[in-house]
Design a protein around this ligand. Sequence first.
Ligand code: C2E
Ligand code: CA
Ligand code: CA
Ligand code: CA
Length: 278
Amino acid sequence: AKQKGRNTWHVYSQELHDELASRLEISKRLRHAIEHEKLTLYYQPQVDMTTRKIIGLEVLVRWIEDDGTIIGPDQFIPIAEDSGLILPISDFVLQNACKQLGRWRQQGFTDLRISVNLSGRQFQTPDLTKQILFAIRNAGIPAAYVELELTEQVLIENQESHTQFMHDMRENGITLAIDDFGVGYSSLSYLKHFPINALKIDRSFVKDIPEDKDDATITQTIISLAHNLDIGIVAEGVETEEQAQFLIERGCTIAQGFYYSKPLPVDEITQLLSQSNG
Ligand code: C2E
Ligand code: CA
Ligand code: CA
Ligand code: CA
């Protein structure tokens, strides 16, 4: 057993070493990518399932390598959060998304909203509120068409400063959504204390409805909760007609998912907007 233990430790240590080396390597390449503007924004429609109209777009960052390979955020956002690179990335995302919304507004898509993800690390910067307001003013767009997505985890970590931040946002007309709702380990009391506009039902619940009875119950309960609190509701990860039907029948009419559209670059989104919102 001792021998086995030592071997296990040895293997683990080697893996840990490789893992650290590769994280460091990714950090280095990511820093270079930021400096050379190799990050780009994709947008995924949030669709009114009853009318098929696009009411909002979630902004999702991508890293395009020189050979054209697209690296998804799951592969670099966690590393960027550890290294602090998430701060320049977030600023890039916010500034560019606001400017793009300005262009879409000039093309006539004036009731379109953008949703931008916030990272917990951004709350450690003193001027987050200023930074957000600057990006919006600089782009000349109304604040009411900008929504910020925060996960439950991010909210729980520092309730005090978040409360002030959220009120500052709401006072300026910016709306707030809770991302991945239902997977955090929080109490529900924050829904009462925080000025939240919408809940996004996590994809893990939507994935197996309507067959999985537990997931169906949880999804239905989250929808009722939002309705009773007078909060908006968006279903994430809708991939099938059956899921869409289930949600519509229970009063959730806005969805984001591959059934309606994958995240797409600006040109393709503009085409889609012309077809569905033109
Ligand atoms: P998220 O905020 O929950 O974003 C939704 C993710 O679900 C996106 O993955 C989207 O492509 C995926 N998705 C949407 N519909 C479906 C579906 O029907 N089926 C499946 N299987 N997946 C679907 P993506 O773009 O890879 O982003 C992953 C995560 O990376 C995001 O999860 C978010 O946490 C983070 N992220 C992306 N962009 C940013 C950013 O600009 N800033 C920060 N802080 N985080 C970001
Ligand atoms: Ca999100
Ligand atoms: Ca989500
Ligand atoms: Ca499940």
